[in-house]
Design a protein around this ligand. Structure first.
Ligand SMILES: [Mg+2]
Length: 127
């Protein structure tokens, strides 16, 4: 695999910028963006993506609905999905894990925490 291509999904352009800059800081330069879950599904169907970082609260299709759609698609279901959200209460985390996000980070996050989660998940992906 030449590079690990990321899909960053957030309705806030500022937040997408922060996530993308953090990815670059930790060595991941190959990034595609989407502004909601529906756009994200379209991006997954038109690009080869290896890792998804998604927000939860978004218009049109939320990160939770998006995660469920990915997990019920034969071609996409194994993709690592890291949810990055302000929703930090226990019930939310449980709901996200039940929808089978791979991991979960509550905003604001630090680059080392972000890197650790990504590295952990990439280790689990068959190369
Ligand atoms: Mg949002």
């Amino acid at each position: 695999m030449a590079t690990t291509r990321f899909l960053v999904v957030d309705d806030s352009a500022t937040m997408r910028r922060i996530v993308i800059n953090t990815l670059k800081t930790i060595g991941y330069e190959d990034v595609v963006e989407a502004g909601d879950g529906a756009e994200a599904l379209a991006q997954l169907r038109s690009h080869e993506i290896h890792f998804v970082v998604t927000d939860w609260n978004m218009p049109n299709m939320s990160g939770l609905e998006f995660t469920k759609a990915v997990r019920s698609d034969d071609k996409l279901q194994h993709l690592p999905i890291l949810m990055v959200t302000t929703r930090g209460v226990k019930e939310d985390i449980v709901e996200a894990l039940q929808a089978r996000v791979s991991s979960y980070i509550v905003k604001p996050f630090t680059p080392p925490v972000f890197k650790e989660k990504i590295d952990q998940l990439l280790k689990l992906v068959p190369q």
